[in-house]
Design a protein. Structure first.
Length: 505
């Protein structure tokens, strides 16, 4: 017997699965009003399970975005066996409240051949872990896994995303008060985001907000994708999400398909579907992953750890044998060249002493370390230097007409971090917003669009767009350019000295 459950501020949901005739089937669902007292909630769950004939079962808890902390962490390229300690070390700088008693797990978002790797790290507080344990122990079930909701939703469609040649897709799961948006391509999750809706939002308002959030999700995933995303999968009936599907087709040029979560997993013959089937997508995905026999991508009860390598005994014997043979050869032939080697060592020591003294400098000449430090400061200052007039001209050439976009404010900044421009603007339509982002994307900017809020009172420019454009110059290119300028300067100095009849020193 297997149970997957989740809860939010208002409700508790669970899905029950069994193995009749050795084949897994979903047999029932449970919906309860949420009780903040874990013992009382566990007793209610126990009664509902007894009504469905469940005495003992293993449980999977599914946590949503707001019940855990999620951060994208950048790490140097390392082996998988060494990644766990590195992620936990980096996470201490990214997470606000992370301590040693928090449960931390992660997945890779990409693994390029060169350069840093992106990792999605997630952590759960000990108070949440204690609450889940109390609910399960009171209900008489055994907690085996704690997984993350956005990843569990992807597990429902694992067959569509695991193929490395699969088409990049935008996956949307929307309920009354929240939504999850994820992009998967080449068998890997690229971006996942979660949003909340206001309490009185109409279906049209939610569809408009989902379109804006989809654009931000696509913008965040663009640097990691080889091809643009042109397909979306919406979990839920087409009748309910018709407005969202139409906006994706017209506004973004997507192809869209609608999927019923309960059609992706086997059901018992007498199973009765709940009214809001979309809310159970993550629970069904976690059950599908468990029954596939694969380890959950993120499991807070069984997080990834450093693999302790134990070399085989034969390997050590081989290494020891090679070392012994090398030592014997050195011992047999070493004394033939002992005298000449000693002379070479004495000469090299004298050379080392002289070079070391020169590098340390004296009262009239600075040392190498001081010179390198001063040059490094100049290189870093030059790296963050920028011709604002040239960049403002480039930005002006790529902005749309005043009928399309109005810029309310602009802030340019530079310092220890990369130079950046912050724009607060209003846009005439969703199409013009897309056109603006596409034109700015031609420049070497790192674009970070913020939340677009529709203002119905402004008929000409109803959409607000906060946009940050960051510049990321490369230190290696800058240093090479400075070196070339220095060489040309020295050549010019030598030519001037020769033309004056002198010989350069």
């Amino acid at each position: 017997m297997l149970i997957a459950f989740e809860f939010d501020d208002s409700s508790f949901r669970a899905v029950i699965g069994k193995h009749p005739n050795r084949q897994f089937r979903v047999t029932g669902t449970i919906e309860l009003p949420f009780d903040p007292n874990p013992e009382a909630l566990g007793l209610q769950l126990k009664d509902k399970l007894r009504e469905q004939g469940v005495q003992k079962a293993d449980a999977i808890a599914v946590l949503n975005r707001w019940q855990s902390e999620i951060r994208e962490v950048t790490v140097p390229p390392v082996l998988d066996d060494e990644l766990a300690d590195l992620v936990r070390f980096q996470a201490r700088n990214e997470f606000i409240s992370l301590t040693d008693d928090w449960r931390l797990d992660y997945i890779r978002l990409d693994q390029p051949i060169e350069g840093p790797h992106r990792v999605l790290a997630a952590a759960v507080a000990p108070t949440m872990l204690e609450m889940l344990q109390t609910v399960c122990s009171t209900a008489g079930i055994s907690l085996k896994h704690i997984v993350l909701q956005p990843l569990a939703i992807l597990d429902l469609f694992a067959g569509d995303f695991e193929n490395e040649n699969s088409q990049a897709q935008l996956l949307i799961r929307s309920s009354v008060d929240r939504a999850d948006l994820s992009i998967a391509a080449e068998g890997n999750l690229k971006v996942t985001r979660s949003i909340r809706f206001v309490a009185d939002a109409t279906p049209e308002k939610r569809a408009s907000m989902l379109i804006s959030e989809s654009r931000r999700t696509l913008a965040a995933a663009r640097p990691m994708l080889n091809t643009p995303v042109k397909h979306a999968t919406i979990i839920g009936p087409e009748k309910r999400f018709k407005a969202l599907g139409g906006d994706l087709i017209k506004g973004l040029g997507f192809t869209v398909n609608f999927v019923d979560a309960f059609e992706a997993i086997p059901l018992a013959s007498k199973f009765q579907r709940p009214n809001q089937s979309t809310d159970f997508a993550a629970l069904l995905g976690s059950l599908a992953r468990q029954e596939s026999g694969k380890k959950h991508a993120i499991d807070f009860l069984s997080p990834k750890r450093v693999v302790a390598r134990r070399p085989e005994r034969n390997r050590w014997l081989t290494v020891a044998g090679l070392a012994l043979a090398a030592s014997t050869l050195i011992f047999l032939f070493g004394w033939f060249s002992l005298r000449s080697q000693q002379q070479t060592i004495d000469q090299l020591n004298r050379t080392l002493t002289r070079v070391t003294s020169n590098n340390q400098g004296d009262g009239q000449r600075p040392g190498v370390e001081q010179i390198m430090g001063e040059v490094g400061i100049i290189d870093q200052w030059k790296l963050n230097d920028i011709n604002w007039l040239a960049e403002l001209k480039q930005l002006s050439d790529r902005m749309l007409t005043p009928d399309d976009v109005i810029v309310d404010s602009m802030t340019a900044s530079a310092g220890r971090k990369a130079p950046q421009l912050d724009l607060t603007s209003r846009v005439a339509s969703v199409q013009k917003e897309t056109e603006l982002l596409n034109t700015l994307d031609d420049r070497p900017y790192q674009l970070d669009p913020e939340r677009s809020v529709e203002d119905e009172s402004d008929k000409d420019y109803p959409l607000g767009l906060d946009l940050r454009a960051s510049f990321e110059p490369e230190m290696n290119v800058l240093v090479e350019r400075l070196n070339e300028n220095a060489v040309r300067f020295l050549q010019k100095m030598n030519e001037n000295a020769g033309s004056e009849g002198g010989t350069p020193p």
